[in-house]
Write a protein that binds this ligand. Structure first.
Ligand code: IPM
Ligand code: MN
Length: 355
């Protein structure tokens, strides 16, 4: 029927409500997508939580997925008492491996793209943030290789490979080229991490040679944090590419500049599949109350549409959503309004006709 099938993982907490909102907007905009909804409620296998196979198969088949928040119980057991090996901060012994990370690993989603742009109508101290962060998404500190060497001494391996560095660098340059950004900045701490970040930089420099039309430079992570919070404007023309953990932290900081994780989209890109997701949590305190803000999931879905070359639909929906926020009459509580998720959704839908 000329439709694309996309996997939808509604997720936990407010996930189902914000997913309903996106679905309603898509059907009103006649987006040629049919959703294949799957749950990734973890199942226990041999003491470990694993993602149900139907979910994995669905993403593998459709190659594109939209995902709401997945709650991972954060437990930080006393390591000196339990001697538990840890995996990304989650106790393997207790079976809580982040499902978010498991999905990224399962599909080798090597680049995490996080645009961050000021939203008109939502007031923050900044109105000119417009940057794109691209985070290496498969290794670094997230490789989860940790062990206790001797009593009281723990070692965590930050794994950096040339292959993954080169791959994410190339993706960043392609992304800059395709989106008309003139500069790629590699963000690093090679002054301290001389070998690992040093090699990340070498890979970026080598890739830069293939893109003579794009200016390449390098900046220290701490300096970027300092400068972008003082004046985000110089960062508005570029793409920043960096190792995994730096990207995790810097992307939350940049989200803070524009109003928080409720407004920032994210896309995990791989060769065989891509998963677009809201990075905020599952907000169990307001779940089921119809108060959640679906904007981050909606904006993530628009990245997905552009990834699928459905640009016209993306632009139309984006305009309707941003106008609704800018007018400020029908927005959710976290944005300073009084409207429910449904009212906000209806306001966007009403604007679609005029967009
Ligand atoms: C993110 C999240 C994840 C991360 C968590 C949920 C494992 O913070 O997508 O940025 O650390 O990457
Ligand atoms: Mn994060």
């Amino acid at each position: 029927d000329g439709k694309y099938t996309v996997t939808l993982i509604p997720g936990d907490g407010i996930g189902p409500e914000i997913s309903e909102s996106v679905k309603a907007i898509y059907s009103a905009a006649n987006v040629p997508i049919s959703w294949e909804e799957v749950s990734v409620t973890p199942i226990l296998k041999g003491g470990k939580t694993v993602i149900p196979d139907v979910a994995i198969q669905s993403v593998r088949k459709n190659t594109v997925a939209l995902k709401g928040p997945l709650a991972t119980p954060s437990q930080y057991p006393d390591i000196r008492l339990t001697r538990a090996q840890t995996d990304n901060g989650d106790a393997v012994g207790k079976g809580h491996i982040s499902l978010n990370l498991t999905l990224r690993r399962t599909f080798n989603l090597f680049a995490n793209v996080r645009p961050c742009a000021s939203i008109k109508g939502f007031k923050t101290p900044y109105d000119d943030v417009n940057t794109v962060l691209i985070r290496e998404n498969t290794e670094g500190e997230y490789s989860g290789i940790e062990h206790e060497v001797v009593d009281g001494v723990v070692q965590s391996i930050k794994l950096i490979t040339w292959e993954a560095s080169e791959r994410v660098a190339r993706y960043a340059f392609h992304h800059a080229q395709a989106s008309g950004r003139k500069r790629v900045t590699a963000v690093h701490k090679a002054n301290i991490m001389k070998m690992s970040d040093g090699m990340f930089l070498s890979a970026c420099r080598q890739v830069a040679k293939d893109f003579p039309g794009i200016t390449y430079d390098e900046d220290l992570l701490d300096r970027v944090c300092l400068q972008i919070t003082q004046n985000p404007l110089p960062y508005a023309d570029r793409v920043m590419v960096m190792p995994n953990l730096y990207g995790d932290i810097l992307s939350d900081m940049c989200a803070g500049l524009i109003g928080g994780l409720g407004l920032t989209p994210s896309g995990n890109i791989g060769r065989d599949a891509s998963i677009f997701e809201a990075v905020h949590g599952s907000a169990p305190d307001i779940a089921g109350k119809g108060l959640a803000n679906p904007t981050a999931l909606l904006l993530s879905s628009l990245m997905m549409l552009r990834h699928m070359n459905l640009n016209d639909y993306a632009s139309k929906i984006e305009k309707a959503a941003l106008t609704t926020i800018a007018e400020g009459k029908t927005i959710t509580g976290d944005l300073g309004g009084k409207s429910s998720t449904k009212e906000y959704t209806a306001a966007i839908i009403e604007k679609l006709g005029k967009a």
